[in-house]
Design a protein. Sequence first.
Length: 430
Amino acid sequence: MINKLIYSVGAKIRNPNIFHHYSFLKKTESWSINELENYQLNRLKKLIEFAYEYSNYYNQLFNSIKLVPKDISNLADLRKIPTIDKNTLIKENSRIRTEFQFKKSFFSETSGSSGQVLKFYKDENWDSFNRASIMRGYSWYNVKPWERNGYFWGYNISPNKRWKIKLLDALQNRFRVFTYDEEDIKHFAKKLQKASYVEGYSSMIYEVAKIINSADDIKNLHFDLKMVKGTSEKIFESYQPEVKKAFGQKLISEYGAAESGIIAFECPEGNMHINMEGVIVEEIENEIVVTNLLSKSFPIIRYKLGDYIKMKPKNYRCSCGMKHPVIESVLGRVGKLIYGKKHSYPSLTFYYVFKNIALNDKIELNYQAIQEKIGELLIYIEQSIDKNIYDLIEREMIKYFKTDIDYHIMDNQVLHQKNGKLMDFISKIN
């Protein structure tokens, strides 16, 4: 098969360690939690020693807290190291990156939801492991990375850059849309009939699913997709009926970031298993803190990624058989506060407002809250709502904010403008 050959040759040239890592990850799927944690500890020791020797930032940090790398004897010792955030990665960039000469490394740039631009290099082993982690997730759905696939990124790319993107896509046996014009979406949908999987921004997959379900000339298309994968954004539960109706598959989640690597991947049983072989995840007051065990060129140690999460209980065991812990939900971004007339509130509050309505009243709503003035909120709802639903929202808003915030609810709103990630809370207050 020509596509498999192109992928294999390309992967061996660009990422020579990818298949080695993939074989290892398939083996560790059956490991016990003790085996996984012992492996994490060994990797952590090596990372700490390497960072101490080759990173000016970590050498100074470890000396200042009197941490001797060889004294790391259990995973709990990781907590002796202070957390860092994206500001630190940007401000201390040159001091964090290690001075070891890697044979091969890849430039990475990300702004993410924060809008802060971070630039760094991934050494080949780190990059290969990350790609192998994605391959393992694909394997749970019998998907091979060289199979035909649709890609929901790259909207509004300038015409003079499209030829290069199209060439790279062709080599990876994938295709995408470059505008959000409905006719382009329909053309894309027709091509999906011969694809094995589709992936991209969760909200875009949902929006395209709605078009497929409503357009008479394409709503009867037949898809044989093995996997529909959303990433980079929250997956609202109300996305699922539209996506399943359109594509015949549930929208599954891949969770990670360029700097953290793949953190978790959803198994066919619907649980997001932590990629323990690559990362250590801590949950501190609902906030995720990540250590990437492969990040030698640019050590990511106790990194506050900026997300609120909820973990399944430690004794929870997934019916898929894997012992890797499960992230129950990514609740939202740790971001600017919601400012009331007298008090302030975490942006996570909106998650609970609408989650309570979903759980208690069986009504799923897609929402986006925007604050432009202190003590005032605009709440956009995608669905059409009646007085009953309005009253349910008011019930929850009063529960959390009492009379401290005035708000205006607008329904039948288009939440995603297709020019970036969908955010459930936007603050315009400095």
